[in-house]
Ligand binder design. Sequence first.
Ligand code: PBG
Length: 323
Amino acid sequence: MQHRPRRLRTTPAMRRLVREVRPHAAELVLPVFIHEDLAESRPIASLPGVSQHPLSAVPELVAACVAARIGGIMLFAIPSVRDAEGSGACAADGILNRAIASAAEASGERLVVMADLCLDEFTDHGHCGVLAADGSVDNDATLEVYAQMGVAQARAGAHVLGLSGMMDGQTAAVRAELDAAGLTDVSLLAYAAKYASAFYGPFRDAVESQLEGDRRTYQMDPANGREGLREAELDALEGADIVMVKPALPYLDVVAEVAAESRVPVAAYHVSGEYAQIEAAAANGWIDRRAAHLEALTSMRRAGADIVVTYAALELAAWLEDL
Ligand code: PBG
């Protein structure tokens, strides 16, 4: 026999030597949920190990990320009051903007502070944009709100704005408004290829979503890979500094293709339902929790993701130290 690939698998030392990807804490981003009405942190039933936190918890969350030496924190917020226009998103004293300010102050230059730029947490109808008279999501009217929201988040101190609403032209619209306001150093992470996915279920619990119906007129059809490449290309042309594919594991083909073509860093979001699947199976004793989370991360990196957004970021960082 000429070829014996197993030779390179003989010992832990040999396997360690020839490993192709070595995930690192620096590329991990932790999503967190800040709830305006809470005085104490409250666990999210469908997202084991993840909680909604009061605003006062932001400094300690940042400190935990810094201590774990992960790359960033991604802030989501649940406001006390929602309205049709999602006005809490643009108000300087809106809960998300206050959370950003607190995180930016606590982090200094030690952690990248990211904020979700989308209206779904702030609208009473739960859609990611404002509605036209006929009830459809009005793309171009939404762009104006996103632009104002972007300026508010940047002024609050966000380093990266995560454009997750899937409106056409959102990256260009937010970039133009930031630049006009002199906020040229704030980066844009475009949720370029974001699919209309069943795997967002626990997230909608986490943000207490009031959505009825679905997001299929703006989020992408799971059947379309080529369209994901198009979205990533358009976002890069519009000035995205980072492009993201979401969810991650069911769309690793898209991650790989975007990574092969992209000239900007590529992120993958291991979303709530993907995380919850591992947690649920592990809780039943059906899979090894640590090994499953590490394998998921390794697979996203192997497919070409430079940055991974995951609810397991802090634990992964600790586990990676022992590998
Ligand atoms: C929208 C947004 C969603 C997620 C991140 N940003 C939900 C959605 O599109 O319904 C989902 C993330 C996850 O499931 O972990 N602001």
